[in-house]
Design a protein around this ligand. Sequence first.
Ligand SMILES: [Zn+2]
Length: 246
Amino acid sequence: MKNNIKKLLELQLLEDEISVLEKDSGIRDIKNQIDSLKRNYNKITEKMQEIFDQYKKTQIQLVKEKEAFSSIEKQIKECEDHLYEGSFKKMKTLNSLQHDLEVQKIKREECAKEISRLQNQIKIDKLNLKNLKDKSTEIKDDIQKLNKELLVKEDMTKDELAGINLKIQSAKKDIPKDALNEYYFKRQKIYPVIVECHDGICGGCNMQLSIIFNHTVTHGEESQGFVCENCGRMIYISSEPLCNKM
Ligand SMILES: [Zn+2]
């Protein structure tokens, strides 16, 4: 690592240049806005799927409930036909028919209420789906507008960016794959990855480095390969101070 730290630092500084360029040109801001809109869009899509699944279930329920309603109607009709035709033999049968009729009528009422509730639920789901669809279309339009804006800004900075990227490619060529992998692995969690050490204090986390560690860091040529025990950053030792923007 010790021979690579200077090259890795060069890489880090070049990557910083890209960050600064993106920030100053407004590209970073637009990218953040697009990311935030995309997150919103995904949330809405998920919600729409949820409502749509519920909507399908309600429709199946409604069909069943309507079938039940028809069946009850049929039974009521049969009961009434029997009663009016007088096709019953005994008093008991008349009472039983009248009782059945009452029961079926109560069932019909309950069924009608349930149908009305389901129809209402379908109406609400449809309305919610429409509102969410409108909202998602709006977000899509906004993303498209921002993407256009982004293209313009990227076009304005493309030469400068290409120049930096060229330097980055060339810097990477001189760094072994292992060292590069370690740098990018750390970079996902901490930034900057490479920092200076002043008076035994880590330039990244501001923690005092241990005495033995500090002694080695201050006195040895080997020091360039050290990693902060506290934050895991790579410690760079140099007679010249690092760039201030770090
Ligand atoms: Zn540290």
